[in-house]
Design a protein around this ligand. Sequence first.
Ligand code: NAI
Length: 731
Amino acid sequence: MMATASEQMNNRFFSVSVDGDGVALITLDDRDEAVNTISTDLGEKLLDSWKTLQSDPAVTSIVFASGKKDVFVAGAKIEMLQQAEDATALAQSGQRIFDELAASPKPVVAAMDGATLGGGLELALACTYRIATDNPKTKLGLPETQLGLIPGAGGTQRLPRVVGAQAALDLILTARQLKASRALKMGLVDEVVPAPLLLQVAKARAAELANGRRPPIHGRQARMAKLKKGKANQKLLMALALEDNPVGRRLLFRQAEKAAYAKSRGNYPAIPAAIEAVRAGLDEGMEKGLAKEAALFGGLVHTDVSKQLIRIFFAQTALKKDSGVDDPSVKPRKVNELAVIGGGLMGGGIAYVTAANAKLPVRVQEKDDSALGRAFAHVRSVLDPRVKRRSITRIDREAVMGRITGGTRYEGFGNVDLVVEAVFEDLELKRQVIRQVEAVTKEDCVFASNTSTLPITKLAEGAKRPWNVVGMHYFSPVEKMPLLEVIRTKQTAPEVVATAVAQGKAQGKTVIVVEDGPGFYTTRILSPYGSEAAWLLSEGADIAAVDRALVDWGFPVGPFMLLDEVGLDVAQKVSGTLLEAFGDRMAQPEALRKVLEDGRLGRKNGRGFYSYGSKKKPVDETLYDLLPEGRKRRGFPAEEIQQRLSLRLCNEAALCLQEGILHSPRDGDIGAVFGLGFPPFRGGPFRWMDTLGAVEVVRRLRAFEDRHGARFKPAQLLVDMARKGERFHHD
Ligand code: NAI
């Protein structure tokens, strides 16, 4: 049924107004949702209005803008994708709408302020001219591969035609989001303006385009023209020229496939699919390319990989809204100033995310001036490459540095609202720090510890105000790792938990809250995983083979490389604490002790499982001489290696849930994926155990228990679930 004229101009999704110059402004502003998304319903309404606007002689051009703050269009409606029976047809209907826009004889301008992602960017790509604002919230990208999908409404076809194949593949495969200035440089947008001027400029451009005063050269053409002017850009020009030639293009695609495989190990089908869709479009033309895009999209929607990635996305979104406490009347305390005690590797990173992301003043307390100098140098070392890459300006860098002050005698702590301690991992030292902090801070100052293993309850034993003590466990490198694990003790006040959660979010983290216990959640599941690698080593396994098996399984690095990064001394300390708490299950093989006795600390002293003299970092074969089997290593099937390590991690995660350390399987999945790099396409340990089924998990654990002993004893929770046929997740 055709909508009435007023419906066409004003409906749930957008409103249309036409000004005296004949410029029609379509303001996207979904009445029922906080953000604009692309949906079939919106598409239908748009097509209706579109026909009217095209046939109305008073309308000469069209501008798309958004009525939402900081969002143009955030992407396609994900629920719609999940519910689609025929996702290929769904993609085709999206393509048809954008084809109509692209074929418009009247010029169409996209005026983008805020997030322009996925379907939002595909809409903009179908427009004649694109203007973005310099609002820092204006981000452009095609993040579909992060959800195991590819852009399905023409994105794989129009993006390469606008910015070139190489840049398009980079954007699609990395799911990167660009700020406006970058997008301008790439030719993805034609103009960047200050936000308050957006509509005025967009309407002016629309009118100019309509009366032929401004030729619509943009995108790739404009980029080529711009590049021709700069000497330094000759390399880029060559790359673009190479794409125009079929042989050059074949080379480019072959390289892209190789690089993508090295990273994704064939675990993410959207990656080769995206490359294939872009290739088909450039080699066989737009029509065939669109058909290929829709078909590939349709196949991907129903893969387990995409389903798991979408669940992670939803869990992450839910956590953004989660205050970390059950009682909605509990509010976080206001934090205006923060202090970090110990400005080492972790403290320096925490100071950085506070000053750069939360934009709060932060005071670093160190042992002496030279340590303080190292802390400042650390923050600078994070900022400098960003200035170099031009992702921030020098002024931004100085603004961040300007928020950080330092001292060695607890000066200026009177106004501090939250203290994060990141001194050495030593119980007595940390207790002493709490006492010192309590003596110089306000009654309601929150004290957070970044310990990775020590129970927070033990740290708080000597505290005067234990209700103010909480764990804030960051991951290294703090500026990159997305997770914060907040640990609450039985005494921690709910508003203190809420304060830690709110602060973590302000610092840009995804936050889970867990109960206190040795190693909390993340360290506790990582330790048996790492120690199983050491057991394999002591049985004769090859270091590189073990690491390769786990990288193939989907971890970003293998366990030995990770142990080298963490530091073998640190790992030993952690496992000591866990052994004391949980007994034999956490026992380490002799091999690890011998490696440590040999003075190998890992990357930090250049001696670990790998040697760090050269860029290639080969396995340090001399390490094998410390072990009874020597250099003659035994081959283990990759599957056995993968199962032993992943099952120990998963079983420990189940124990954490059974004991109430974890509040939900969701938190456990997010903690493992974002904190430890558990393969996202498997959805996290609990999703993965659901995929296998409790019966199978228990069967595999028991088989290993028979061969290797009690460290594989299945958690009672798993045994019960297997008997009752239960799952962790119910969606
Ligand atoms: P680090 O050795 O790099 O830094 C510790 C810093 O604390 C040093 O700069 C030292 O000068 C300073 N410090 C020592 N005593 C102090 C005192 N009384 N007052 C002021 N400053 C003092 O160690 P890192 O790696 O930063 O670890 C710090 C804490 O973070 C530890 O509790 C560790 O378990 C935890 N952690 C470490 C992770 C990692 O990957 N390195 C990950 C998560 C937590």
